[in-house]
Design a protein around this ligand. Structure first.
Ligand code: PHE
Length: 347
C-alpha cells in the first residue's frame, strides 16, 4: 500500500553507474497515474549507496502525494546523483548530468526533473537541452521559471501562517527556530525576522552565520529540536524527526520545506499524542513545483501562480481542521485529502 515504507510500490526504479562519469545515479518513477512523474534531482553524498536508494524511493513517493495535494496533473518521481566524495568538479559535473539525461531520455517522458538540494537552474538548462525539454526551472534568461526557492519559501510561509492561526489563534510574537539556513530556509527565516518574530537559526555550514546575523537572526550551533520554540521550521535535509526526538522535541508547531522530515510514519502519531502539530512536508513544501508547473506548463500568469501557491494555506487549514474533528493525525488527513484530490485530477 501507499503508506508501507517497505513495499516497492513504484512503477520504475533505475540504478546505473554513469558510463561517462562513473557516478552512481538512481531515478525513481513512483507513479504516472495522474500524469508524468515530477521530482527534483538531488546531488549529494551518501555513506552507502543503499542510503541513496532509500532516499530516492521515499522522496519519489512523497512527490506523488505532493503533486496530488497541490492539484497538479503529475505523479511523483525523483533522482539522486550519489556524489560519493562530494568532489564533483565542473567537468565531472557535466559528465554526470549527461549520464542522468541519458536515463531520463530512456524513460520516454515518464519522468520530469527539476532542481533539488545540490542542483541548480544551470544544471536544469543542461538537462533540458539534452533531453529535449524534460527539466523544469531553467534560468529565466533561458526561458524557464528559474530558481524555485522563492516560490517554495512563499508556500512555507502560507502554510506556517495558516497553521499558526489554527494552533495559537493569532500569529503574533512567535519564537521560531529555523533548522538550516540554505536556499529556502534563509528566505523563510529572513521574512519572519522582518515581521518581528524572534528567529533562531543554524546550519552545518558555519560560513552562513554572518549573513544570518546581518539579517537580525540569532545563530545557534545547538540542536534546535531540543530548544523551546513556538514554531520549528525544518529546512535542511530530511529525517530529522525520529521516534526518540519526537518524544523530546519542545516545539508546539512544526512546519517547513524539508522533504521526508519523519524517519517513518509512526513518528507522526508520537508528535500528535504529545500535542505537537506537524504540518506534513508534502503540503508545506509544494510551492516550488506549483510555481514550475503553473508557469512552464499550464501557462498561468505570475499572479495566478502566486494565488495557487498561497492556497497551500487553505489546504493546511483543511487538513488540520479535518484532523482535529476526526481525531486523526494531520498525516492521515493529508493522505485522505490527497486521495480525494487525485481522483479529481483529470488523467
Ligand atoms: N525540489 C523540489 C521539490 O522537492 C522539486 C522540484 C521543483 C521539481 C520544481 C520540479 C520543479 O518539490
Amino acid at each position: 500500500s501507499d503508506s508501507s515504507p517497505d513495499a516497492l510500490d513504484h512503477e520504475q526504479l533505475r540504478v546505473v553507474r554513469g558510463r561517462r562519469s562513473g557516478v552512481v545515479i538512481a531515478v525513481a518513477v513512483h507513479s504516472t497515474q495522474a500524469g508524468p512523474a515530477i521530482g527534483g534531482c538531488r546531488i549529494t553524498s551518501y555513506s552507502h549507496w543503499r542510503d541513496g536508494l532509500d532516499d530516492v524511493v521515499r522522496l519519489s513517493r512523497a512527490m506523488t502525494e505532493k503533486a496530488a495535494l497541490a492539484g497538479l496533473p503529475h505523479g511523483g518521481g525523483k533522482s539522486v546523483i550519489m556524489d560519493a566524495d562530494a568532489v564533483l568538479d565542473e567537468r565531472d559535473r557535466l559528465l554526470v548530468l549527461e549520464d542522468l539525461a541519458e536515463v531520463i531520455t530512456s524513460l520516454d517522458g515518464a519522468y520530469l526533473t527539476g532542481p533539488d538540494i545540490g542542483s541548480t537552474p544551470e544544471d536544469m538548462e543542461i538537462i533540458h537541452g539534452l533531453t529535449g525539454g524534460l527539466a523544469f526551472c531553467r534560468p529565466e534568461s533561458g526561458g524557464g521559471s528559474g530558481n524555485s526557492s522563492t516560490a517554495t519559501a512563499r508556500g512555507v510561509l502560507a502554510a506556517l501562517d495558516a497553521a499558526a492561526d489554527h494552533v495559537f489563534g493569532t500569529g503574533a510574537d512567535l519564537r521560531v527556530g529555523v533548522i538550516g539556513y540554505g536556499s529556502v530556509g534563509r528566505l523563510v527565516a529572513d521574512e519572519l525576522a522582518a515581521r518581528g518574530c524572534a528567529v533562531t537559526t543554524g546550519d552545518l555550514d558555519g560560513s552562513r552565520r554572518a549573513v544570518a546575523e546581518a539579517a537580525g537572526l540569532t545563530w545557534s550551533t545547538e540542536d534546535l529540536l531540543g530548544e523551546e520554540f513556538d514554531v520549528l521550521v525544518p529546512a535542511a535535509v530530511g529525517g530529522l524527526l525520529s521516534e526518540e526526538r519526537a518524544r523530546t522535541c519542545r516545539a508546539r508547531l512544526i512546519v517547513g520545506p524539508a522533504n521526508n522530515q519523519l524517519t517513518h510514519d509512526g513518528v507522526g502519531s508520537t508528535l500528535h499524542e504529545r500535542g505537537v502539530t506537524w504540518v506534513p512536508d508534502v503540503v508545506a513544501s509544494a510551492g516550488g513545483i506549483i510555481h514550475a508547473v503553473c508557469r512552464e506548463e499550464l501557462g498561468l500568469t505570475e499572479e495566478e501562480t502566486t494565488r495557487r501557491i498561497t492556497a497551500i494555506g487553505a489546504t493546511v487549514t483543511e487538513i488540520l481542521t479535518d484532523a482535529r474533528e476526526s481525531g486523526t493525525t494531520p498525516q492521515t488527513a493529508a493522505r485522505d485529502l490527497a486521495a480525494r484530490r487525485r481522483t479529481a485530477v483529470p488523467a
